[in-house]
Design a binder for this molecule. Structure first.
Ligand code: 5GP
Length: 183
């Protein structure tokens, strides 16, 4: 699905597919360099990180392994409570592995903080984060995202794996969802 296909649902286009691809390739080059000889274990957070994982992993020139976790945040509606429930855990062990969490977007950073603590308690060799997008609140909360695609405004965005009511995940590019869609 192209940005033009749902242009009237978006109040703003933030990034095109080409812009995201170019940035993800830059991130992959950094990961290549930092993890040379260490075969990182990429842990994608379902469902949102599917696109990021697919693009990042394929842009790598080093070997990597991929696994997935699915989580759900307790709490109401759009606000993140930081209380996270694991719906699907990883299949492989993280013990002594170089773990790179691949996340779609960091808003408050509460979900990520929980995940990092949870995975750290399983004794990986190292743990870092790669996220497609980050909102200002996360920057204020000093959540450390080593590999970041883009800093974006705090608006509700869709596309590149991010949904609203299950839709728009397959949208190429990233846009701000118009309030008329959800009001
Ligand atoms: P946090 O715990 O950092 O506040 O929330 C992170 C999660 O909230 C993300 O993994 C994502 O699922 C969801 N989220 C945060 N902001 C947005 C947004 O603008 N659009 C969509 N579709 N999901 C978001």
């Amino acid at each position: 699905m192209n940005l033009d296909d749902v242009r009237s649902d978006l109040s703003q286009i933030l990034y095109t597919e080409a812009q995201i691809q170019a940035r993800v390739e830059e991130l992959a080059a950094q990961v290549d360099e930092d993890y040379a000889g260490r075969d990182p274990l990429l842990v994608g957070i379902l469902n949102g990180a599917v696109m990021m994982m697919a693009d990042l992993s394929r842009a790598l020139t080093i070997h990597c392994e991929m696994d997935w976790m699915a989580i759900s945040s307790y709490g109401s509606g759009i606000a993140s409570s930081g209380v996270v429930r694991i719906l699907k855990d990883m299949n492989v062990s993280v013990v002594d592995r170089h773990v790179l969490i691949v996340e779609d977007i960091v808003d408050t950073g509460l979900t990520l903080s929980y995940l990092i603590e949870n995975l750290r308690s399983r004794n990986p060799a190292s743990i870092e984060v790669c996220a497609g997008f980050r909102k200002p609140e996360a920057a204020r909360n000093h959540v450390h995202v080593k590999y970041l695609g883009f800093d974006i405004p705090s608006d509700f965005v869709v596309g590149y794996g991010l949904d609203y009511a299950g839709r728009y995940r397959n949208l190429k590019g990233l846009g701000v969802l118009s309030p008329s869609v959800y009001s």
